[in-house]
Design a protein around this ligand. Sequence first.
Ligand code: CS2
Length: 494
Amino acid sequence: MSGRERLSSLDGIRAPVRLPAYRPSDHGVGIVHIGCGAFHRAHQAVYTDDALAQHGGDWRIRGISLRGLDVADALNPQHGLYTLLERDGEGTKARIIGSIAGVIAAARGREAALAALAAPAIRIVSLTVTEKAYGIDRSSGAVMPSHPAIAHDLANPRSPEGALGYIVEALRLRREAGLPAFTVLCCDNLPENGKLIRSGTLDYARRIDPDLARWIEANASFPSTMVDRITPAASERTLVDAEALTGFSDHAAIETEPFSQWVIEDDFVAGRPTWEIGGALLVKDVAPYENMKLRMLNGTHSLIAYAGFLSGYRYVRDAMASPGLTRLVRRHFDAAAATLQPLEGINLRSYAEDLGRRFENPAIAHETYQIAMDGTEKLPQRLLVPAVSALLDGQNIASFAFAAASWMRYCLGRDDQGESYALRDPREEDIRTALSAASDDATAISRALHGLDNLFPDELMASTDWRRAVEMRLERMLRFGMLKTIEDEAASLN
Ligand code: CS2
């Protein structure tokens, strides 16, 4: 870091840097956000910044980091201020966001985190903690007692560590204090995320205190949301550019693309900021938007991540410069779109074209390895459930099979040059155990990975067409390498 003064007020920052059009300290906190990573700062905090500028209100955000101290240590000395860089081929625009009031690192102060959640002014608790953090079984909606945070919190409900544990303990404290409940707003990329968190929260609460569970059911709400903005992890370059543009050193700067979308189920028990000011869409049913985004954007992202990483493409934009892989990307957009219901006001063809352009954004360095992380948490909603729908509707399953085979190839943990890498998946151990019992041919690998508990839907497990489609591709990947397999698969589309 340079010797420049640290960002900590709005004084001395000049156009073209955009400043909050309100005085942050004039507004109280109304939201607690759990998981204040780059995505939250590029997305919900920005919509809240827009709403505060237009309509005011006590809607600033207090962050809680469940793990780690970095975000709190970066943001607190800056009074929550940070620089958002929006990048595309035309250049980089900087904006200072003022909606975050500060961040509590739970690792340093569980009491402070619970007090923040139980504060009378809090009306919304939103979350971006990643798919794996919840510990909810997707098919039953119950919590998984073997999940580390759930196991800990069920045994120690008054001193929680996980997201659900914090929410339920905070709601217990509120009920005890005669305070109203709050809206729980999940902003992670999970299908029908509100419903899922609701059922996990209620199941967890029931195991501790059935009466509390009934109170939560009657008083809290859990709207679903679809969130979208491609936000790579901040890099040294992010910080250097933020400093050059603002004149201040900023340890919490982040970078993102110009595009942003937020679709929210309008079901809030105690009000909400006017997020529509920043373009959020408030609707009755988020599911069709969520499916579109998870299947077309995230599904294709995962395909690019596995096939691209194994082809030596470090960033999504590099993968998009490969003619073979882009053909497969476009095929995937079509295959995913074919599994969706029509959505009023949305043309899926133009949505796909926009996605292609977003993935190509030359100014966004989004690592394939970052997206490849946590595959077992991402595959079902992104690739496997739509594959079932394609299979049952007699549509072409090739693209889903190609993506699943790429993930399997990735699970081997070494690339075509023999270099090894960490899988970074919460089920890494299960994957390793399954593979170590299998021989190294495609059929055995595919059988072992299909056999992982609770991952592949039954319809795919039982389909010889599906299994053959995956195995055949995996076999080519093993024999000829990823680059050649992509070229051949793309050529076969002619
Ligand atoms: C990505 C998402 O890392 C990933 O798994 O697919 O983070 C993606 O960039 C966002 O959902 C875009 O809104």
